[in-house]
Design a protein. Structure first.
Length: 354
């Protein structure tokens, strides 16, 4: 168990195999009896909703469910509005809450609704994908996509608790598993050399799954430390964006869901690091280490439909842009990141094909 301690809020992260079977008791320890809306997607709904809802009902909660189609395109203002209507029709008040059951899309969408419905209601995260378990379920970032940019509409809203059951990873299709591994590689590259060394020793995705609890905890420790130091993403927390600036632009220009978030981040890490290495801004040899690590786990390191003009236009809408400048994340070494402010015009250099 880990604890996230923030100035105005504290919550615990449970990481335990089989813990999904205790979700009702866990919620009852954190919340008074209230209305709970379980927000999930069409894939996770078939796997886990019935059990979760039954447990909540047994504890005395009044439960409703809202299901969106699986996939990145569901992270939209339209779906947020649909959930607002569901909550209003079921007479949810500020004393009630949402439980996000699913991956990063569900966590971001439900979290955004929780942050904005009646200016904030209770919120629990039950992440069922590797990507959500190692990254997006903690830290309080919520948001939805628009046609111009990913996550550009959002709010910071911390959960009251996070429950992670590594056994849910057994139901993930390989592509979804791999996109979570991209975030694991990122965490190791920016802040945990020991984790990088552990990953080097693994053979493949199945080998990684055998050590999932230990690896999840390592990634969450990286994120917990920077979130506690910089909750609102103005300083050190920016290092978590390694590969994401270009990655988000790839997702946007490809069409959400065509290139998954993890795939785009993998490509983004390689692209920005390769150019930085050519410019002497990151140590020689780090790019090939990244490429070898990502390829070992079946992740892409390049993107065929590369369009510098369209990528640059997408980058100008990135939420990390401040006026005419943007802060990019580079590697000082494997296991150590640095924040480098550059002009948005200079970003063109980092998206050129070398």
């Amino acid at each position: 168990m880990l604890t996230v301690r923030l100035p105005d809020h504290e919550y615990q992260i449970i990481i335990e195999k089989g813990s999904l079977s205790q979700v009702g008791k866990w919620a009852s320890q954190l919340w008074k009896l209230q209305k709970v809306a379980v927000i999930t997607d069409s894939t996770v709904d078939k796997l886990y909703s019935e059990s979760v809802i039954k447990q909540l009902l047994e504890q005395g909660f009044e439960v409703s469910k809202f299901v969106v189609p699986a996939g990145e395109t569901s992270k939209s203002l339209a779906n947020a509005e649909n959930i607002f209507e569901h909550l209003a029709q079921n007479q949810f008040t500020r004393s009630d809450g949402l439980l996000a059951l699913g991956g990063g899309v569900i966590g971001d969408l439900a979290g955004f609704v929780a942050a904005t419905y009646m200016r904030g209601i209770h919120f629990l995260q039950v992440p069922t994908t590797l990507l959500a378990q190692v990254d997006s379920s903690i830290g309080g970032k919520t948001g939805v996509n628009t046609k111009n940019a990913k996550n550009i509409v959002g709010a910071f809203w911390q959960p009251d608790g996070v429950l992670i059951d590594p056994l849910t990873l057994e139901t993930l299709e390989p592509r979804r598993l791999r996109e979570g591994i991209a975030e694991i590689v990122k965490s190791a590259a920016i802040a945990d050399k020991k984790l990088w060394q552990l990953l080097e020793q693994l053979e493949d995705e199945q080998d990684l799954l055998k050590q999932a609890p230990e690896i999840i905890i390592s990634c969450l420790e990286v994120k917990r430390k920077v979130v506690e130091e910089d909750e609102l993403d103005n300083g050190i927390r920016l290092i978590l964006n390694f590969g994401h600036t270009i990655g988000h632009a790839i997702e946007n220009t490809a069409g959400y869901g065509v290139v998954s978030h993890g795939e785009a981040v993998a490509i983004g890490m390689v692209q920005i690091n390769q150019i930085a290495e050519e410019k002497g801004e990151t140590p020689h040899g780090t790019t090939i280490q990244l490429i070898n690590m990502l390829k070992k786990f079946g992740l892409p390191v390049a993107y065929d439909d590369w369009d510098e003009d369209r990528l640059y236009q997408a980058l100008t809408h990135d939420k990390k842009t401040r006026g005419s400048s943007i802060k990019i994340i580079l590697l000082a070494a494997i296991g150590q990141a640095k924040i480098v402010p550059i002009s948005i015009e200079e970003m063109k250099e980092y998206i050129r094909r070398s």
